[in-house]
Design a protein around this ligand. Sequence first.
Ligand SMILES: [Zn+2]
Ligand SMILES: [Zn+2]
Ligand SMILES: [Zn+2]
Length: 246
Amino acid sequence: MKFVFLGTSDTGGIPLHNCTCDVCQEAREHKISNRSTCAYLELEDGSIVLFDAGYDLLCDKFNTHTIRAVFLTHFHADHCLGLIRLRKSESKIECYTPQDTQGFGDLFLHKDSINYSMLQPFETLEIANISVTAVPLMHSKPTVGYLIQTPQKKVAYLTDCACIPEESCVFLKRAKIDHLFLDACYEPNYANTKHLNWESATKYIDDIGADKGYLVHASCKTLVPLKESGKILKYPYISQGFCVEV
Ligand SMILES: [Zn+2]
Ligand SMILES: [Zn+2]
Ligand SMILES: [Zn+2]
């Protein structure tokens, strides 16, 4: 089974609208469009489990697939916009969310085909032969990351966080993670209280002790200074299409 990223960027994505920086120009030349951070697992029966739903073209990508579940990290637009189209699905879709009664826009007012269930901290759900646990994170809205356990591997999908609470760190350390994907939205010199940067994210990955670590949720404003500095980070930023066998 593969864990695949549909996008690994922040809200604006790469190339950013009307941006002429090197990173955006290079993306245009290679016809790359890397939008909001969002990933999926394709189960053995061909059905899909989504982690976040901000990817613009979800309905095209999975038009005739069964979407077994959507695990939403939080209700910011870049993680849930795809639900606006998915709610018109002819099939019922189960969407698991953090404890957020506000949601986004009119998603809760017009639920249509989507059934929302709020997860308790560290609650675990079994879907086919995988289990998914909600891991509390600190962000500007109620937010969780997910620990995904397949028969072979443990994956932590931790996007959008300013810090990982102590209890979550302890839980993640004990899990002995194979692949850890973590928010590193900014460069260290950019002051921000809602997201990690590549230095603070690296410290967390070292501390949690994952076998392999990766950085996500960056914009070109982060990748340009990284490129200019010539720095090689201990854990790489990944791009859309990145996948690992799990
Ligand atoms: Zn740019
Ligand atoms: Zn967010
Ligand atoms: Zn985000």
